[in-house]
Design a binder for this molecule. Sequence first.
Ligand code: XMP
Ligand code: MG
Length: 186
Amino acid sequence: MTRPAGVPRVHEDLSEVLFDEEEIRAAVERIGARISEDYRDRDLVLVGVLKGSLFFLADLSRAISVPHQFDLVGAHSYRGVKPSEQVTVDKDISLDLRGRDVLIVEDIYDSGKTLKVVYDMVRLYQPANVEICALISKNVPREADLPVKYVAFEIEDVFVVGYGLDYRERYRHLKCIGALNPEVYE
Ligand code: XMP
Ligand code: MG
């Protein structure tokens, strides 16, 4: 069967699978257990950054055994595989964060630009404290250094997709995290 024109392949477009479903599950469980320890008897609110953190947030929330709530913010800085200059916020927080223990949940800590915008925005709501949990931290020079307390995976400077991460809104549904073959975007 031939693919309709313009519809990309899926797994064939990865040059390498970096983390498979089982590794992701184990890492999320580990972080969930640490957060459950650290946030015992506190007033935890997870704030997920759309859309990339969606699956991570959903799995992490269920790996946390202490009571908590979650909310979502919409913020993004990427166009294709290169960061854009501007970070756009297109969905605000709706829960009251004042005096609460906020944990921002982001897909990837890259230059730090997106996280910095979300971090500053969350702090405007006067929470008691704000920490950050990133699924992936990229080993690149930062434009903004942030207190990222929990990281599931560290990677080199490759463009990755899957488990929520996209290239032009595709590949988010992959159960693994993989490096996108440069042929796809070059
Ligand atoms: P900054 O540079 O602001 O970038 O820290 C963070 C945002 O950019 C997206 N991003 C990626 N998305 N594969 C992706 O699918 C990547 O390798 C990648 N690196 C950065 C991501 O949405 C994140 O919120
Ligand atoms: Mg993206």
